[in-house]
Design a protein around this ligand. Structure first.
Ligand SMILES: Cc1ncc(COP(=O)(O)O)c(C=O)c1O
Length: 389
């Protein structure tokens, strides 16, 4: 394809790292995963990083952990404020743990939660806000953090689309009580499958660590605060304390992650250079609404929404993209409320959901890669310019 939605970010280093793991014969979670976690802590300036099998299991284990905290655990029936656009597995753990979702519309330009609706979203049952930075673009994390502090709410940051993005010089994913990252193919780093949970809180980290692996005590420090170690090695070796999962990553993913992290800054610089070209071509064209950067985006992709005031036909535009061999797709998952699965959720909406529908019906995204995309972006511009006339 002339312009793919995503491209590999691997070089020889990742292949060699995998070969070393295979030769070592230790393939399940071990030293390489620990090395990746330490490198992640250093890179993002966080106290704890826990690698898991995907961004989705990072969200699942992260939400689960908050149900077992000693002080103010989440409880079934509690409410969570969520944006109307995100990936399905931002929402699933909330449903699976019996939480009620309150959907807030997004801004049409940033595509992130419209924080002017936060006050309206708050009820006496609100316990958490789900902050999602869409496609590399930081959401109003500063506002959300202050709101959560003021109302004693958890801030859960699903940063699975925005590794390396910053707001006021601070890394996205580190504003929340918990932050999650995805290392799936096409994301800012790829470990095949993989995800990371970060937190500054020892208890949350220990709960998540136990829940990552069967809810047992292995790997927890002897002085862990979430259980009392006893003096009987036989029973201690298989001691289950929490209803957890197996969300462990493979050693292969840990070893690849170590190599990918070393390249992250360079890859984001390239993504940002591609973005500068994209913005220079589309930024002042009223036919196309492109994502307005809030802070420093790590530009996962380039979104285009056909201006609803101008009545262009998306089908025609998409046919032109197809003919030009340019990949395109819905923006993240579109308006989540429009999916069949919503019938299983306990939810309501805070006011009308208008912009998420516009993004759903009139938007799409094309890829950004950690490689130079000058010819592809220029061609994209020619194709869209002609098709939208
Ligand atoms: C916002 C968001 N959360 C969670 C996920 C899930 O990550 P994974 O694909 O690693 O399970 C994604 C996937 O792209 C995502 O975009």
């Amino acid at each position: 394809m002339f312009y793919e939605l995503a491209a590999s970010s691997w070089g020889d280093e990742e292949i060699e790292a995998m070969q070393r793991v295979i030769q070592s014969g230790i393939l399940t979670m071990g030293e390489n995963v620990r090395r990746f976690e330490s490198a992640f802590c250093e890179k993002f300036g966080v106290k704890h990083a826990l690698m898991v099998s995907s961004g989705s299991t990072a969200n699942l284990v992260g939400v689960a952990a908050l149900f077992y905290k000693k002080q103010r655990p989440l409880q079934r029936g509690d409410e969570v404020i969520v944006p109307a656009i995100s990936w399905s597995t931002t929402y699933y753990p909330l449903q699976q743990y019996g939480l009620k979702l309150r959907f807030v519309d997004v801004e049409l330009d940033t595509l992130n939660m419209d924080v002017s609706k936060l006050k309206q979203a708050l009820t006496p049952r609100t316990r958490m806000v789900m902050a999602v930075s869409i496609l590399g673009n930081p959401c109003a994390l500063d506002v959300l953090r202050a709101f959560c502090d003021e109302h004693d709410l958890y801030l859960f940051e699903d940063n699975c689309e925005s590794m390396g993005a910053t707001l006021d010089g601070r890394q996205c994913g580190t504003f929340g009580d918990i932050g999650t990252f995805s290392c799936f193919f096409s994301h800012h780093i790829s470990t095949m499958e993989g995800g990371v949970i970060v937190t500054g809180d020892d208890e949350t980290y220990q709960l998540a660590k136990s829940m990552r692996a069967h809810g047992w005590t292995r790997d927890l420090p002897a002085d862990a605060e979430i259980y009392q170690k006893r003096d009987d090695d036989f029973y201690e070796a298989y001691r289950f304390i929490l209803p957890g999962y197996n969300a462990r990553p493979l050693e292969l993913s840990g070893a690849i992650g170590v190599e990918q992290l070393k390249k992250l800054d360079r890859m984001i610089e390239t993504r940002r250079r591609n973005a500068a070209l994209f913005v220079s071509l589309f930024g002042n064209d009223e036919r196309f609404i492109i994502q307005r950067e809030n802070g420093g985006s790590s530009w996962f992709a380039f979104t285009v929404i056909l201006n609803p005031k101008l009545g262009m036909d998306r089908k025609k535009i998409m046919a032109a993209l197809k003919a030009a061999d340019i990949g395109y797709r819905i923006i993240t998952g579109g308006n989540f409320l429009r999916h069949d699965v919503i019938k299983y959720f306990d939810y309501d909406c805070v006011g009308e959901i208008v912009n998420a529908d516009i993004a759903h019906d009139r938007g799409f995204f094309v890829g950004n890669h950690p490689h130079d995309l000058t010819p592809q972006i220029r061609r994209l511009h020619e194709v869209l310019d002609r098709a939208a006339r």
